[in-house]
Write a protein that binds this ligand. Structure first.
Ligand SMILES: Cc1cc2nc3c(=O)[nH]c(=O)nc-3n(C[C@H](O)[C@H](O)[C@H](O)COP(=O)(O)OP(=O)(O)OC[C@H]3O[C@@H](n4cnc5c(N)ncnc54)[C@H](O)[C@@H]3O)c2cc1C
Length: 351
């Protein structure tokens, strides 16, 4: 069965897909969103919304609730050396993914986004045609003027359009939550010899812990490499089980092919090290909708490059540099001694 044609098909109802769908409706397009999971969707994430993400959500009319944080702190494994930057550009917010999803879904329903439960398994495009067909796992098809592939790290849309360029497969992420009163008003990033741990305040009684590191690391093994953090968490009750994601790096040849545009993690990912996947995903969702609404998909690659440039350069530079053990050991002491450089880097990624 083929559904009636819509202006815009959004594949993937994660935060970026939902934001893109809302943007589409606000631009006057008819929007169909396809997502296989029902209910508030969870995902491994540090759950720290940078100030730019908080204001982008506000501009979309999305009401979020969580715990505010005022900056970013890099902490050495011993816990004694730290570099802290308090944002000039506003306040960040720690928000559980399920709460973020519920808030976006509520807004999407309110502005008239039509949702279908299903998994996209194929895309049929024809050179010069004014529409694209998306094939679902139940054998049905949906036709739209444009497709936004917002289906995350392992995007089927990216694969089906031939835009995927693989991954180095090195780094993965895992998250858990602990019942604990946040002990800081910043997001702490603890550095060890093998990876990083993020501590994000989520509410007055809960913190999120996300670890990034090599393939095969378990959450407990990772936590053991951050002695100061492990001591602090020794007696907590864990409120969620470990949830992982990866490999993090995903390369693309281009974020657009014909009438299909990739947005969010689907459009390629460097690493979660600098914690601003959501900020960039929301900014690119807005740009992608602007391009399809004006019928100018050719504008999207330069827009995407410009919106993701700082993230791609800073994050890949940091990931590459900290593969060298000495650079990894020196990172926090150097950041503590060069507060302006550290602050400028954080500020670039926070806006
Ligand atoms: C450990 C870790 C920590 C992170 N910490 C932060 C942080 O603190 N702050 C931050 O801003 N970012 C962080 N990020 C990045 C952030 O989580 C992502 O950038 C963000 O989730 C991207 O959203 P998305 O909607 O593009 O993809 P996703 O959130 O992955 O959503 C994709 C959606 O597509 C659906 N889907 C998948 N396949 C199909 C299909 N075939 N058909 C239809 N639907 C499909 C999925 O069910 C899912 O709902 C972190 C990432 C990791 C891994």
């Amino acid at each position: 069965m083929t559904e009636r044609r819509r202006d815009l098909l959004v594949v993937g109802g994660g935060p970026v897909g939902l934001a893109a769908a809302i943007e589409g409706r606000l631009a006057g397009l008819s929007v169909f969103l396809i997502e296989p999971r029902t209910g508030p969707v969870d995902k491994a994430c540090g759950e720290g919304l940078m100030p730019g993400t908080v204001s982008a959500l506000r501009n979309l009319g999305v009401c979020i609730q969580g715990a505010p944080f005022r900056g970013i702190r890099y902490v050495a494994p011993s816990g004694t050396i730290a570099a802290t930057h308090y944002f000039f550009s506003g306040v960040g917010m720690g928000v559980r993914r399920t709460a973020l999803h519920a808030a976006l879904a509520e807004r999407a329903a309110a502005v008239g986004v039509v949702r279908k439960c299903g998994r996209v398994v194929g895309i049929a495009t024809h050179e010069g045609a004014a529409s694209v067909r998306v094939i679902l796992d139940d054998g049905s098809a949906v036709e739209g003027g444009w497709v936004l592939g917002c289906d995350g790290l392992h995007s089927v849309v990216r694969r089906e359009t031939g835009l995927a360029r693989g991954s180095d497969g090195r780094r993965f992420g895992i998250r858990r939550h602990a019942a604990a009163t946040p002990w800081s008003d910043v997001v702490e990033v603890h550095w060890s010899a093998r990876g990083e741990a993020y501590v994000t305040p989520i509410s007055a009684t809960e913190v999120g812990i996300a670890v990034l590191g090599p393939r095969g690391w378990s959450f407990d093994e990772a936590l053991g490499t951050f002695p100061a953090l492990a001591r602090r968490l020794a007696d907590v009750d864990w409120t969620t089980s470990a949830r992982g994601a990866g490999p993090l790096q995903q390369k693309v040849s281009s974020p657009v092919r014909g009438r299909v545009l990739l947005v969010g993690d689907a459009a390629g990912y460097v690493d979660a090290l600098t914690g601003e996947g959501l900020r960039i995903g929301l900014a690119c969702a807005q740009a992608a909708v602007r391009c399809v609404a004006s019928g100018r998909p050719e504008d999207y690659p330069p827009d995407w490059r410009s919106l993701t440039r700082d993230y791609r350069w800073l994050t890949s530079g940091l990931v590459t540099a900290t593969r060298v053990p000495l650079a990894r050991r020196l990172l926090v002491p150097v950041a503590a001694r060069l507060p302006r450089v550290f602050g400028a880097a954080v500020e670039r990624l926070a806006r």
